[in-house]
Design a protein around this ligand. Structure first.
Ligand SMILES: NC(=O)c1ccc[n+]([C@@H]2O[C@H](COP(=O)([O-])OP(=O)(O)OC[C@H]3O[C@@H](n4cnc5c(N)ncnc54)[C@H](O)[C@@H]3O)[C@@H](O)[C@H]2O)c1
Ligand SMILES: N[C@@H](CCC=O)C(=O)O
Length: 551
């Protein structure tokens, strides 16, 4: 182990490091991974875990105690945590700013090694089962959804970021006979605020750790409803050797955190993933404080979507049906990339409707994720449940919309919403424009000969541009449509569903109001968290001020 560590810290190992995507475990009956997860699930279910704020490696508690419950059984308290108040947040900022220069001076190879070690720890069943179990319980994911998120995607982020950094460092400017020129990646002066959403444990871990890898210190505000799984991520980083005070783990009320960080002169960057509305609020608060900063804070935001499936009459219907079921309803439509508007040619509509209705009514088990044949479970919390319910009620009463299947909801035990298909006769209906973030899909049926106009509709209907899919077997039309939809998505899929991006296979992020499109998991993301220094070092003394033309 020690020898491996030395090898990893070496410059050669770092510069030649090539990551591989973490294999997805299958959790078949009687498999080791399933037994282990079951054991850990039982442990967490039988207790209330206490999650502190952590600043400089020390635990802090305030009197503002919050509870994280199971979304599928909301009377069951999973964890207790406290909100950091303004003074605790200011302490976290002050310490982070003090810690940054020393951390930035640590050789990059050593910093990278900590994240590679964290990836190895997360890959091992011991920690992996905690990541998966707390994501299942706290965020209501099935075991498969928890595995691809909290284990595989997190591990991939940690490993591929190291590879991307090593590859970025291969660039050096040209040195000449007169001067040696050098290009160096520095962290940002001040601190970085990482604000993460509830729906992906991996995103939380990534938002906090990518800036840290680049020599920054970070205040990490997890989402209330992902506190426990995010705390596990923090514990893994701690065990991997992340020194105290590099990531300050500070659960807090969104508005308190947002106000406090944007009012600090030391704010160097915000890395945010969540709704477009919250990101706009943060951007405005930064603008209000612009005269108070030591630097221009970088604003990195990955936001909402209104993701489309555009189906051409030549599409393979089986692919369309399976892809739409998975994209729209896996994790109850709570992936930012989930399909929520469908453009369907009239010639395919009868078959599409009957097959979708049959699957939704007879084949999708909507239940606790602790039963392993559950397809999807409850939505995350009461706010979300109410928002989705409002959209369904709108569809029920509006003259331009009709519920085809689903539309039932029940919050008596958990926040359950049945997968719902809605048809609209108005392609610009608000259900085709606004993000709902639940298991609700709205369909607009177009006349087959109006495919061209429909492509314009896909482009013009909403300002979101996160993901989208074109299903079409005619290669010429597929290519032409893809060109016409170039700005409608940051991630465009051809004959595939709009979800399921994999780190470094489909670097992820949206355009337009879906975010700043810095592509998490891709080679350029890390560059948002560095302020490079160019050094020119003269080899010879400067003997005269005169240019040769003056002689
Ligand atoms: N584009 C992407 O990569 C991506 C990935 C995941 C989720 N999302 C989007 O995230 C949203 C769902 O996540 P959510 O419900 O957690 O989003 P959200 O905007 O409600 O919350 C995100 C985070 O911001 C915090 N927050 C809320 N108000 C704040 C404020 N005023 N100041 C500072 N922080 C504040 C929340 O507590 C949470 O930690 C959806 O819109 C989804 O599309 C996008
Ligand atoms: N990487 C995810 C999207 C993350 C947003 O929630 C996917 O493509 O399914």
């Amino acid at each position: 182990m020690y020898r491996l560590y030395i090898r990893r810290c070496s410059s050669t190992f770092f510069h030649q490091y090539t990551a591989k995507n973490e294999p997805v475990l299958e959790y078949r009956r009687n498999s080791n991974e399933l037994k282990q997860v079951q054991k850990v699930l039982d442990e967490y279910k039988s207790k209330v875990t206490r999650v502190p704020c952590i600043i400089d490696g020390k635990e802090f508690w305030t009197e503002d105690i919050q509870k994280q419950v199971l979304p599928f059984d909301h009377k069951h308290v999973l964890a207790e945590y406290c909100y950091a108040d303004k003074s605790l947040l200011e302490k976290a900022i002050e310490r982070a700013v003090k810690n940054q220069p020393k951390w930035d001076l640590m050789p990059i190879e050593q910093r990278a090694n900590i994240f590679l070690k964290a990836a190895d720890l997360a890959s091992d069943l011991k920690w992996r089962s905690h990541l998966v179990a707390t994501t299942m319980l706290g965020q209501g994911k099935t075991v498969f959804q928890a595995e691809i998120d909290a284990a595989c995607e997190l591990i991939d982020f940690w490993r591929f970021n190291v590879q991307h950094l090593a590859s970025a460092m291969t660039y050096q400017p040209i040195s000449t006979g007169d001067s040696d020129n050098n290009y160096q990646y520095r962290g940002l002066e001040g601190f970085v605020a990482a604000i993460s959403p509830f729906n992906f444990t991996a995103i939380g871990g990534h938002l906090a750790s990518a800036p840290a890898l680049m020599g920054n210190t970070v205040l990490w505000k997890p989402s209330d409803t992902a506190t426990l799984s995010n705390y596990i991520v923090y514990k893994i980083l701690e065990e991997a050797g992340l020194p105290p005070g590099i990531i300050q783990f500070v659960p807090s009320k969104g508005v308190d955190f947002g106000k406090t960080i944007t009012q600090s002169p030391d704010l160097a960057a915000i890395t945010f993933t969540g709704s477009t509305t919250t990101f706009k609020t943060l951007w405005k608060w930064v603008a209000e404080n612009l005269d108070n900063y030591r630097t221009f804070p970088r604003l990195i935001g990955e936001c909402g979507g209104k993701n489309f499936h555009l189906i051409h009459p030549s599409a393979d219907l089986t692919t369309v049906i399976n892809g739409t079921i998975r994209s729209a309803f896996e994790y109850s439509g709570q992936k930012c990339s989930a399909c929520s508007r469908v453009y369907l040619p009239r010639s395919l509509s009868n078959k599409f409707y009957s097959q979708m209705q049959n699957i939704i009514k007879n084949e999708l088990r909507i239940d606790t994720p602790l039963k392993f044949d559950t397809f999807t479970s409850a939505v995350i919390d009461r706010n979300s449940f109410n928002r989705i319910r409002t959209s369904i009620d709108f569809a029920r009463t509006s003259p331009a919309t009709k519920i085809l299947v689903g539309g039932e909801y029940d919050d008596s035990v958990g926040f359950y919403v049945k997968p719902t298909l809605i048809e609209t006769t108005d392609p610009k209906n608000k259900l085709m424009r606004e993000e709902i973030f639940g298991p609700v899909v709205t369909i607009y049926v177009y006349d087959d000969q109006k495919f061209d106009e429909t492509v314009d509709l896909v482009n013009d209907t909403t300002n979101y541009a996160l993901t989208g899919s074109i299903f079409c077997q005619d290669k010429t039309i597929l290519e032409k449509t893809r060109e016409r939809l170039i700005h409608t998505a940051g991630n465009l899929y051809l004959n595939d569903k709009s979800t399921g991006s994999v780190v470094n296979q489909q670097p992820f992020g949206g355009a337009r109001l879906s975010g700043t499109n810095d592509k998490a998991g891709g080679p350029h993301y890390l560059l948002r968290f560095t302020s490079p220094l160019t050094v020119k070092n003269m080899k010879e003394p400067l003997k005269t001020f005169k240019h040769v033309s003056m002689e």
